[in-house]
Structures are given as structure tokens and as C-alpha cells.
Design a protein around this ligand. Structure first.
Ligand SMILES: NC(=O)c1ccc[n+]([C@@H]2O[C@H](COP(=O)([O-])OP(=O)(O)OC[C@H]3O[C@@H](n4cnc5c(N)ncnc54)[C@H](O)[C@@H]3O)[C@@H](O)[C@H]2O)c1
Length: 309
């Protein structure tokens, strides 16, 4: 019988790519998602979709029975929106994580992997940031993500579940549900295709480490299969690109007549963030393979297709 993995947030952007790769390796996959953002159509053929909230403990336990691995990605993912909706953010991103962890304990799961974020680092003290960079989250989202990391590492080890933490940097690529808050590349693609002006918060010189979802999914599967228990691993390219540069690349390709405009910076957004991905190389032999200049076309073409342009 195939090994079973349950992926919370499996109908979401990163989750569906991870589900595809695991299915290809012969795993039985259950995607558990409330479809608040994710879409049933993103779940690959061959995976089972169970629609439910991660805070529904009984439903989770039912879905998790027989799973060897759990990959917990379900979350409210907006750093910016969480500043206003911090109670809801904490309910899903911290208490929800605890519900998933408890269900894993109650059903005898062996390995529990968690999708965390570069947002846990917050204030940037040096760059590129390795996993030992000081933790000083500047947003409710970053705080909730870090609290979940600590619960998972501490309780997981005590309960004999192998915990693994993946800290993702800014991920782009196909099948990211558009939202006004998340995913600058998806947001700018949509604006440019529909003839609107992309809006940059602040002067646009803030640097991000943009990583293709294909690299993220491949690294996540490698971690699920091979990372030592207790690992905390950055997933980024190690290359920084400013938001201004991204806006320029996109407008050059999609609509050179539109130039991005600027508005006030958003409080709580991290400063320049670039990953030091060295540990992923050492522990699991992973390195990002896709370059932004080339791979950004995947995001552009997917959005073009969705908009039927
Ligand atoms: N996309 C990025 O750049 C990025 C960067 C760092 C970390 N992450 C983390 O990676 C994970 C996946 O993010 P994503 O970009 O795929 O976002 P996403 O919004 O596409 O995926 C999250 C999924 O969780 C589901 N969900 C939300 N609340 C739920 C609930 N209460 N119960 C069940 N399902 C629920 C949503 O419907 C969605 O399908 C998240 O934990 C996020 O914090 C993402």
C-alpha cells in the first residue's frame, strides 16, 4: 500500500504543487483545505480533497487516519492584512497549527512538516539571512508563524513526531489565487494585463528573494523525505531583486506603456530580505534552479490564461 500524506492547504498555491510532486512519487495524497483561498480545481487528479477547517479537530482526525506524513501549509498568508485581522490570523495561524499538531499526535503521524516564512526574521540585522539570524517578527503574521514553529519543534519532539520547519521566501509562479494582499508578481501581472497601474508600497527599493514555486515544491518534498528531525531550513535563491526591478520586468513584457506608481510604505513589512540557502544544500542537497528573469514567464502565462487574454 502507498504511503499516505495529508497536506493542509493542499488546494492552495504551494500546497497543490507539493501534492503533484508527491503523487508522482507514488504517495497517496489527501488535501485538506477550507477553500477560503485555494481552489478545488488546483488539486491534482489522483489526490483526494477533503473540504474542512483546520480548527475542526474531529474532521481533521478523520482525514488524517493512516497518514505517515503531514505537511501543514494551511494559513492566512497576508502579512499586510494580518495587521488589521490579527485575532483571526492568530486563530488560524497559531491555534489552527496546534489543532493540526494535536491531530497528528492522536493519529500516530511520523513526520510533521510546517510551512513557515521569512517573516519570522522581521527586522533585518544582516543579509543574506541564515536560519540563525535573530528572530524579531514585525507583523502578527510573523509572530504567529514563529509561535507555531516553536510549538511544533517542542511538542513534536516530546511526542515522538519528527518536526521539520521550512522557511519560505517570496514565492511566485502558476496557480497563486489572486488577492489584493499577497504575491506581488501575481498582483502586478493582473494589473498590467487589465491596463491598471501597479502600486508599489514605499520607494520600491526594498529587496526580496523571489523564488519559483517549482523550486519550493521540489525542496519541500526533499525535506519531507530526507531532512533530519528538528531541522529548520530556509528556502530562497540567495539573490535579491527590488520591487521596482520586478515591476519593470513585468511591464516590459506585458505592457511597456504602464509604469508602476508609489504609495506610502506599510508598517510591519520586513526590510530587505534575502535568504542564505546554504543549510538546504548541506542537509538535503537542494538549491534553487530557476532564475527570476526566465521563470517569471510561468507566472505571466498562467495569469494570461486565467484572464483569457
Ligand atoms: N507564498 C509565499 O510567498 C509564502 C512565503 C512564506 C511562507 N508561506 C507559507 O506557505 C503556506 C502556503 O502558502 P500559499 O502561498 O500556498 O498560500 P495559499 O493561500 O494559496 O494557501 C493556503 C491554503 O490554506 C487554506 N486555508 C486557509 N485557512 C484555512 C483553514 N482555517 N482551514 C483549512 N484551510 C485553510 C486556503 O484555502 C489556501 O488554499 C502558508 O503557510 C504560508 O504562510 C508562503
Amino acid at each position: 500500500m502507498a504511503d499516505k500524506a495529508l497536506i493542509t492547504g493542499g488546494a492552495g498555491f504551494i500546497g497543490n504543487h507539493v501534492a503533484r510532486l508527491l503523487l508522482g512519487k507514488g504517495w497517496e495524497i489527501v488535501c485538506y483545505d477550507d477553500l477560503s483561498v485555494g481552489k478545488g480545481s488546483y488539486v491534482p487528479d489522483g489526490a483526494e480533497l477533503i473540504v474542512g477547517d483546520i480548527r475542526d479537530g474531529e474532521k481533521l482526525i478523520g482525514a488524517m487516519r493512516g497518514a505517515r506524513h503531514v505537511y501543514h501549509l494551511a494559513a492566512r498568508v497576508s502579512i499586510r492584512k494580518a495587521v488589521d485581522t490579527f485575532i483571526d490570523d492568530a486563530e488560524v495561524n497559531t491555534l489552527g497549527s496546534l489543532m493540526v499538531l494535536k491531530a497528528a499526535r492522536d493519529t500516530g503521524v511520523e513526520r510533521f512538516q510546517y510551512a513557515s516564512s521569512m517573516a519570522v526574521y522581521g527586522t533585518v540585522e544582516y543579509s543574506p539571512q541564515d536560519e540563525d539570524h535573530p528572530i524579531n517578527p514585525t507583523s502578527p503574521y510573523g509572530i504567529a508563524k514563529f509561535a507555531s514553529e516553536r510549538y511544533i519543534l517542542t511538542m513534536g519532539e516530546q511526542w515522538g513526531i519528527e518536526p521539520v520547519i521550512c522557511r519560505y521566501f517570496n514565492t511566485y509562479g502558476p496557480r497563486q489565487t489572486p488577492s489584493p494582499y499577497v504575491g506581488v508578481i501575481t498582483i502586478f501581472c493582473r494589473k498590467l494585463f487589465t491596463g491598471e497601474t501597479p502600486i508599489i508600497f514605499g520607494d520600491g527599493e526594498q529587496v526580496r528573494d523571489f523564488i519559483h514555486v517549482g523550486d519550493i515544491a521540489r525542496g519541500s518534498v526533499m525535506a519531507l523525505e530526507n531532512a533530519p528531525a528538528g531541522s529548520v531550513i530556509n528556502f530562497g535563491t540567495g539573490i535579491g531583486t527590488s520591487v521596482n526591478e520586478v515591476a519593470k520586468i513585468l511591464s516590459d513584457i506585458i505592457n511597456p506603456e504602464i509604469e508602476a506608481a508609489h504609495t506610502d510604505p506599510v508598517p510591519g513589512e520586513p526590510g530587505d530580505s534575502i535568504a542564505n540557502p546554504g543549510r538546504a544544500g548541506e542537509l538535503i542537497g537542494w538549491i534553487a534552479e530557476k532564475k527570476l528573469e526566465d521563470a517569471i514567464v510561468d507566472a505571466i502565462e498562467w495569469n494570461r490564461g486565467e484572464l483569457k487574454i
